[in-house]
Design a protein around this ligand. Structure first.
Ligand code: RAM
Length: 958
């Protein structure tokens, strides 16, 4: 028997985290086992206190009989502030195997009680604050025997800490951006290795960041008048004693080389003003001024919740050229977000100016038009002492191209420049790859879009004067986002900000953190409900759901209170199907009535609140919201569905919402789906959807028997469609379907981002439907997995996806060659899956080359509706079969011949060879003289011979 092991221990989603503010953190682990079908029977978790001694543990769960291996709450004695705890886990499986103890893991608490702050907020003297960054420093002596040292720090602004001349961490743009008036994150840094017996010094570089300065639409950030830093260093000695160094008026301050710094405009750096050794001991700060205490609150300080921002990749420019306008430009080869690092050897006083842009215009000139007032500019003045290297500290840019002026020597050496990619450093968890390189590029663009816009908050775009936490964008993309990256901490933090910014009446601002104001829009405010729910689905995060529950409910109650009618929402301003292509001339708002969208989301959010209430054991609420949802559905149907069962609004998005949010009765559903399919076919297989319809469009088709149409949309290369931008060389997702128009011109300057993740929401469908890795919503976090790849009629020959779930790595992939299909599946231990193999028969199916009956790990199998359904346990499986359905595939492909035939002729041919299709209501293929898809059920009953006869006749008649 192979060994059972407990691996990948995490606390609050992290491996060995430091600075955890939660007093009852949650533990998760994975089981590793070669035996198929492994389930955890029980576990034992032991926590050791600060002494690290497992022999006399702080908390020992003993054997707990449960399958739960994720999000296990700490329930031991109260944890202490600023203390490290170790833990380890062992597990038993259902066949009686016992694992060894896992490797030891640990977490360390942050500064838990704001009463522990001795430090004062400090700043440069009033009036002496520059627009750049100031330096703050303190020298001090430490006695011998340093055991450990931690810095707890934050800023009203943005900051970096140095100790004895070195940065204490590679984290960037700390403390990140929260709703500063209610919450400000404190960072914890382990500085044990940087300190020494005797003289030491600590320095803080303090800028403004999101705290003050230029912002969207001239609504400047102004959280406070004075920026300030707060820092407390705790040094613990081997003898048990402690020294504390804290910011106060004994610190010294001075201006530094950063003369100007702004998130949007960039940075000006004069290397001649560097003060060598400023954060080292022995530096002469005699000319510096005393730091000034600033009166800022402590009550809103919270331990860091999000993962930090870091440089996660460095890319090199791929080309240097001079544009027709004469600009010297470097191409990074990728639209990226972060900063440039430059090295230069230049005489003192040489001024180099770098401007950043996303695209070149159709003449090949660098294009700054879409940045609006954001300058995205670096100005560097050389000090003239050999090779100098510079990268800005307190800004980030969205760019693929940089224009460099003033670089000595006339040309730009590629190796003197690098692009440092910066974002919240989330663990990558998703992969997707298929036989169509264009789709692979789309997947790459989706990931880059996420990286560039997950810069501490989920932003709409990373380049122009906006970069805001638009709620609608986050809501439509979160399903894709959490597949591709571990976003638990990221969304936990952002949702707490959303809750903090929520209006007393339950309204949700357009952006979070809110620097824009404004009322609430449907599909934007619904982020309050959809995002915590999605985090729950992906990670089983019940605590976040419980924390956000009141906020979720308040949003639904807000909607209920709008207008006259309790059960629909037909008042107020809405963004509607934002940027939908069916919008009126000069409007951004698509043609789908905003009241339809608002009422649809009302129903959807109410349903989620009902489900959340059920999970949280709130029976009364569950009943209440169940009833509310029923009423909203009725109202929706009365207003937006005709008596004969059609959607009154003839837009793609109206149909999509009705199908995806289950807003129509079952008997109407098929009609709505077929109408949607017609709308798309009539539009020559092009979409018209905006922010609201796009994420769900292909799901609505695939879930209702029109996967082929969904695939045609995906693979559509002509405008508009996902591959249009790919065909135009995009390396990220665009804000508009035609950010660059077919003739090479741009959408207007006023709102044209080339890095907007919203339409990247198609990823979710690619992973779940094309590659077939889906979840069973009844068991969150992929405890129950659903594998059901849908092979279309299109040219795709293989597709595979993987997701690193809380239970471990899940894989689903398929290869089609002729009629032969191979489906490869990996299910992690302690999870199970339902596998649906389309077109397979029990008799014709093998696993790893053997009959099904002899395969381990398969607990049930059945054949129905032209598919085989299996229940499988953990393990890796290789299923193979001849797809009876493939001939349906060939059939559907060939049937396009019939596009040229009249409906009567086609009907006659079909009647002759396939009379049974005309019995009952199985046929839904005639409209506009075009032969449409025949329902899958009907097709399953078509013999190969009959179909060949149909095809031959059709070909002949043509
Ligand atoms: C723009 C942004 C954002 C969108 C809002 C409504 O400012 O593009 O993506 O959510 O409009």
């Amino acid at each position: 028997m192979s060994a059972l092991q407990v691996t990948a221990l995490t606390c609050e989603y992290r491996t060995n985290p430091i600075g955890i503010g939660v007093t009852a953190p949650r533990f998760s682990w994975q089981l590793s086992s070669e035996a198929r079908g492994t389930l955890q029977k029980g576990y034992r978790l032991v926590v050791a206190g600060a002494d690290g001694d497992f022999a006399s543990p702080l908390w020992d769960t003993g054997f707990v009989e449960t399958e739960q291996s994720i999000q296990v709450d700490y329930e031991g004695p109260a944890v202490q502030s600023r203390t490290r705890y170790s833990y380890r886990v062992k597990a038993w499986d259902q066949s009686g195997r016992e694992s060894d103890w896992s490797e030891e893991a640990w977490w360390e608490t942050g500064l838990l009680d704001n009463g522990e702050w001795n430090a004062k907020w400090i700043s440069a003297p009033a009036g002496a604050e520059s627009e750049g960054a100031c330096l703050l420093r303190k020298g001090f002596a430490l006695k011998e025997g340093i055991a450990s040292a931690r810095i707890y720090a934050t800023a009203a602004g943005v900051y970096e800490v140095y100790a004895n001349g070195r940065r204490v961490s590679d984290e960037l743009l700390a403390p990140g951006w929260t709703s500063y008036k209610s919450r400000l994150q404190v960072q914890t840094y382990d500085v044990t290795e940087l300190l020494r017996t005797g003289g030491n010094a600590v320095g803080i570089l303090l800028g403004t960041g999101w705290y003050q300065g230029m912002g969207f639409d001239n609504r400047n950030y102004r959280y406070g008048e004075r920026r300030a830093a707060l820092l407390q260093l705790h040094v613990n000695y081997e003898d048990g004693s402690e020294s504390v160094i804290a910011t106060d008026s004994t610190w010294q301050t001075s201006a530094g080389p950063i003369a100007y710094a702004s998130i949007y405009h960039g940075e000006s750096y004069d290397a001649r003003l560097e003060q060598t050794g400023w954060s080292e001991t022995g530096f002469d700060d005699g000319k510096w001024a005393a730091a000034e205490p600033v009166d800022l609150p402590f009550a809103h300080l919270v331990a860091q919740e999000n993962v930090p921002m870091r440089v996660t990749e460095t890319i090199r420019p791929v080309a240097y050229f001079v544009t027709p306008a004469g600009d010297h430009v470097l191409d990074m080869g990728q639209n990226m977000v972060g900063r440039v690092r430059m090295s230069v050897n230049a005489p003192a006083g040489t001024r180099i100016v770098i401007r950043h842009a996303e695209v070149l215009d159709k003449d090949g000139n660098i294009y700054f038009g879409n940045l609006r007032p954001a300058k995205q500019t670096l100005t560097y003045v050389a000090k003239g002492e050999g090779t100098e290297t510079y990268a800005p500290s307190f800004t980030f840019m969205g760019f693929r191209y940089i224009r460099v002026e003033g670089y000595p020597g006339g040309t730009l050496p590629l190796d003197a420049f690098a692009g440092e990619v910066i974002h919240s450093d989330m663990e990558p968890t998703g992969e997707f790859e298929c036989s169509d390189e264009r789709v692979n590029k789309l997947q790459s663009n989706i990931r880059w879009g996420q990286r560039g816009n997950f810069v501490d908050v989920p932003t709409d775009c990373p380049q122009r004067d906006e970069r805001l936490g638009w709620t609608g964008d986050a809501q439509v993309f979160i399903g894709t986002a959490l597949y591709n990256f571990q976003g638990g901490p990221f969304f936990t933090k952002w949702l707490r900000d959303l809750k903090a910014e929520q209006h007393p009446d339950g309204g949700v601002p357009f952006v979070v953190p809110d620097v824009v104001g404004g009322a609430s829009s449907a599909a934007w405010g619904d982020a309050a409900v959809i995002c915590p729910w999605t985090v729950y689905e992906y990670y089983g995060d019940r605590r976040l759901l419980a924390e956000q529950y009141d906020s979720m409910k308040a949003w639904v109650e807000y909607i209920r209170a709008q207008g006259e009618n309790e059960y629909s929402w037909d008042t107020g301003f809405h963004f509607g199907d934002w940027l939908g292509l069916d919008a009126k001339e000069n409007s951004y708002i698509g043609a789908t009535p905003t009241a339809l969208i608002a009422t649809a989301y009302f129903a959807y959010s109410t349903r989620i609140v009902r489900d959340a209430a059920r999970i949280l054991g709130k029976a009364e609420d569950a009943a209440r919201y169940d009833e509310l949802q029923r009423q909203v559905l009725k109202a929706f149907q009365a207003e937006f569905v005709t008596q004969t069962g059609r959607m009154a609004a003839p837009t793609q998005t109206a149909h999509v919402l009705a199908l995806l949010f289950d807003l129509v009765e079952d008997k109407v559903r098929a009609r709505v789906a077929s109408d949607l399919n017609d709308l798309i076919a009539d539009n020559d297989y092009h979409l018209t959807t905006g922010f609201v319809g796009t994420p769900y469009l292909c799901f609505a088709l695939s879930n209702n028997g029109y996967h082929d149409t969904a695939m045609r949309l995906l693979l559509q290369e002509s405008y508009p469609g996902w591959l249009y931008s790919v065909s135009k060389g995009a390396t990220t997702i665009w804000e508009h379907w035609d950010s660059i128009k077919p003739d090479g011109s741009f959408w207007s300057d006023d709102m044209n981002s080339f890095n907007h993740y919203a339409y990247g929401a198609i990823g979710n469908w690619m992973y779940r439907k094309v590659a077939g890795l889906d979840m069973d919503a009844a068991a969150p976090a992929f405890k129950k997995i659903r594998i059901e790849p849908l092979f279309g009629t299109q040219a795709m020959k293989h597709a595979r996806t993987a997701h690193q779930s809380m239970y471990g790595r899940i894989e689903s992939g398929w290869v089609v060659s002729g009629e032969r299909i191979e489906v490869n599946v990996t299910i992690p231990a302690n999870a199970t899956a339902e596998v649906v193999l389309k077109g397979a028969t029990l008799g014709g199916l093998t696993e790893d080359g053997r009959e099904l009956a002899s395969a381990a790990g398969i607990t049930s199998s059945a054949e129905a509706n032209g598919s085989v359904r299996l229940t499988v346990g953990s393990g890796t499986y290789r299923f193979a079969y001849r797809n009876a359905d493939m001939f349906r595939v060939a059939y559907t492909e060939k049937m396009r011949l019939s596009d040229l035939l009249s409906a009567e002729t086609t009907t006659d041919v079909l009647k002759k060879h396939l009379p049974h299709l005309f019995e009952g209501a199985m046929l839904n293929f005639m409209s506009n003289n075009t032969l449409k898809q025949i329902s899958e059920n009907a097709m399953a009953r078509v013999s190969r011979e009959a179909m060949n006869a149909v095809l031959e006749d059709l070909a002949r008649l043509r």
